[in-house]
Design a protein around this ligand. Structure first.
Ligand code: PGA
Length: 249
């Protein structure tokens, strides 16, 4: 049976003081929530949050990693560095990385592999733009993004990995995919995995992301193939994020 997971993607937000305040609001309340919960702060806030989370019911994730292990890669952060700090998850291929930093499917597949080498759980983000949806090629786009990883890692690589379906047009826009629109793509992803290995498909958590908030989380998480959420803006407010986590529990 798959457990639900709700991961907060803080993006490039937070200060030492605001991170302390947010964690203060989350830690005690999280103890009574059944869903798995993770937060993904900026790199610089990871040690601070790791310390606060020492005995908490919340896991730690990072938002990105380098595809290389170590060496002359100025400004990059390796998977081993993240593991050493206590991270269990790392986002790979978020649409802002794909679009703003022009990360290719091939680079994202290498980052996915790097995460696995460092024993991190990659959260592979996939999703179509509005233009692609309107052209009716959502499944081609999402399928190609997942196949880029499957081609390199095989279905075994998807064990201990999470997929997040995040339609680009729904991220940070306040426009959420309807539960039916989201379920349709989640079912497609599950079928794609099933065509390789039924057991891996059954066990893989597939999260929905894109303007998830307390008001729509219950309907989204009620869908058969939606196993929780990747939450951006709403994860920066403790009460709102906790309400989303409770909807997944
Ligand atoms: P949002 O972001 O919840 O602010 O739309 C989601 C994400 O980018 O992961």
């Amino acid at each position: 049976m798959r457990r639900s997971l709700v991961a907060g993607n803080w993006k490039m937000n937070g200060s030492i003081a605001s991170v302390n305040e947010l964690m203060d609001g989350l830690i005690t309340a999280a103890a009574d929530i059944n869903a798995e919960i993770a937060v993904c702060p900026t790199f610089v806030h990871l040690p601070q949050v790791a310390k606060l989370l020492e005995s908490a019911n919340i896991k730690l994730g990072a938002q990105n990693l380098c595809d290389q292990e170590k060496g002359a890669f100025t400004g990059e952060i390796s998977g081993d560095m993240l593991s050493e700090l206590g991270c269990q998850y790392v986002l790979v291929g978020h649409s802002e990385r794909r679009q703003v930093y022009v990360e290719s499917d091939a680079l994202i597949a290498r980052k996915f592999a790097a995460a696995k080498r460092s024993k991190l759980i990659p959260v592979l983000c996939v999703g179509e733009t509005l233009e692609e949806r309107e052209q009716g090629i959502t499944q081609n786009v999402v399928g190609a993004q997942i196949n880029a990883v499957l081609d390199q890692e095989g279905i075994e690589g998807l064990k201990n990995a999470v997929i997040a379906y995040e339609p680009v047009w729904a991220i940070g826009t306040g426009k959420t995919a309807s539960p039916e629109q989201a379920q349709e793509v989640h079912a497609f992803i599950r079928e794609l995995l099933t065509s390789h290995n039924g057991e891996v498909a059954e066990n893989t958590q597939i999260l929905y992301g894109g303007s998830v908030k307390a008001a729509n989380a219950g309907d989204l998480f009620g869908q058969k193939d939606i196993d929780g959420g990747l939450v951006g803006g709403a994860s920066l407010k403790a009460e709102e994020f906790l309400a989303i986590c409770r909807a997944a529990g």
